[in-house]
Ligand binder design. Structure first.
Ligand SMILES: Cc1ncc(COP(=O)(O)O)c(C=O)c1O
Length: 470
């Protein structure tokens, strides 16, 4: 087990060692990855580092002490509100990321409901099956039951099903703009009518699309209404650290009016440490992330965001066209922006086996379940690799078609089993065990150790138990 060195080490030696650890990481700079990092270019990253560095030590916990950070926050919220067609009444807070921007509205609307009426029962929120997993986390953290509404065949939520799920326990509705898995925008206008009819708040999770959809629309693209122009929308989350191309640790949660957001605030007047007030989830808030987000918005400007949106959508269209042209593949639904999923139309072509082939060619592939698919999230750097990706993909599909047995081998078999096992609780239990290993003092990574990844063992164990039960 590692201990703190007795004496401090040489800075260069420390940095060298740290660089060494990064060598095995996913290399997003070669544009072979499709998630996790929203990299624009090295020049922009260097600029963000400078902006971050200027406020590296400052703490947004106390806006009186660091008025600079409050200024950044107010400016970022106002710019985002204006981008999403809010008005003078629109308010919001900067948060540490999309998850915090999804957690907070659940707390807010739960407490708002409590302030309005007695809730002798567990409150419920209604969300599409495709809603980001951060909302299940919010439900768990804040004691709210999440009721999933089914999707229609176009992967958008079935609004009539939402309506039928509303009851006296319901405290809020949620929709995505767009959803992470399929990149489609839920019918926000229809959800808005239902929300207004039942006097319920409606949150739009636009963590992914908030800083891209407005510029696609300004470029003349068709974007279904999702922002404050839709009357029943009471709040929106939009991440600056995704398509806003800020440094990590910056998102926004906006409310149509302070009458909603005031339920988000926390004040404790009797703490021996002093009267404490906090607008969001964190205590200490990183000044660097505030500064880099402010800098990103000013460095790119509307024209920069529009240019990026154009490039990103050009790449997306080329990729989708190329994927559709490959015999045996289809794009799922009609994605509204640069995030989408594609799957197989041919029983002989197992899409997870295609994913394995792509990984063997050096691509980092994300997989979806229900239905099984591979996932794409486009950033400008992908312009360099469109042709290579499509060539490799066409070859991968042909290879898998010629060897259908690949579907029951390696990672394809593992992911297929995970996706299709009926006893989901067993998967949860095994994943929990894996987490305990990873966060133990050994920091055991699932893929390390012997040549059989822990996940493979885990799934074979699951299969064994499944078989013995069936
Ligand atoms: C729609 C949506 N909501 C919320 C989140 C959570 O964001 P974060 O990973 O920044 O916490 C994501 C992340 O991809 C997302 O796509």
């Amino acid at each position: 087990m590692k201990t703190i060195p007795e004496n401090g080490l040489d800075h260069n030696d420390i940095l060298d060692e740290m660089r060494g650890y990064g060598k095995g990481d996913v290399n997003y700079r070669d544009s072979k990855t499709w998630s996790l990092v929203y990299h624009l270019n090295d020049e922009h990253t260097d600029f963000l580092k400078q902006a971050y560095g200027l406020y590296f030590s400052e703490n947004g916990l106390n806006p009186m002490a660091f008025q600079s950070l409050k200024r950044f926050e107010t400016d970022i919220i106002n710019m985002t509100a204006q981008m999403l067609y809010g008005d003078k009444k629109t308010v919001g807070t900067l948060t540490s990321g999309g998850t915090e921007s999804c957690l907070l509205p659940v707390l807010t609307y739960r407490d708002m409901a409590k302030a309005k009426r007695k809730l002798p029962f567990k409150p419920e929120m209604i969300a599409p099956e495709s809603i980001h997993v951060a909302w299940s986390k919010a439900a768990k953290y804040f004691g709210v039951k999440i009721i999933y509404a089914p999707l229609k065949s176009d992967f958008r939520v079935d609004v009539e099903a939402v309506r039928k799920l509303i009851n006296r326990r319901t405290i809020m509705l949620v929709g995505s703009a767009p959803s992470y898995p399929h990149g489609v925008i839920d019918p926000i206008e229809e959800l808005s009518s239902v929300a207004l009819q039942y006097d319920l708040p409606l949150h739009v999770d636009s963590c992914l699309g908030g800083f891209l959809l407005p510029f696609i629309e300004k470029n003349g693209g068709a974007v279904p209404p999702f922002d404050f122009r839709v009357p029943g929308v009471t709040s929106i989350s939009a991440d600056v650290h995704k398509y806003g191309f800020a440094a990590k640790g910056a998102s926004t949660v906006l409310y149509r009016d302070m009458k909603y957001m005031k339920h988000q605030f926390f004040v404790h007047e009797d703490w021996p440490g002093g009267v404490f007030a906090s607008p969001a989830l964190l205590g200490t808030r990183p000044g660097g992330a505030f500064a880099a987000a402010w800098a990103a918005l000013h460095a790119l400007g509307e024209s920069g965001y529009r240019e990026n949106a154009k490039q990103i959508m050009d790449i997306t269209r080329s990729l989708q066209k190329g994927i559709k042209a490959i015999d045996g593949l289809k794009v799922l639904g009609q994605p509204d922006m640069s995030v989408f999923a594609y799957g197989s139309t041919d029983e002989q072509v197992n899409i997870f086996a295609v994913g394995d082939q792509m990984e063997s060619k050096g691509w980092q592939i994300d997989r979806l379940q229900k239905p099984e698919a591979l996932h794409v999230m486009v950033v400008p750097g992908h312009s360099r690799i469109i042709d290579d990706y499509l060539t490799d993909l066409a070859q991968a599909v042909e290879f898998v078609r010629s060897k259908p047995e690949l579907a029951s081998k390696g990672n394809a078999a593992m992911y297929g089993m995970i996706a299709n096992l009926p006893f989901r609780g067993m998967i949860k239990k095994e994943v929990m065990k894996m987490m305990e290993g990873m966060y133990s003092s050994r920091g055991q990574m699932p893929m390390s150790g012997d040549d059989n990844p822990l996940l493979v063992k885990m799934v074979s164990k699951l299969m064994h138990r499944f078989k013995s039960k069936s």
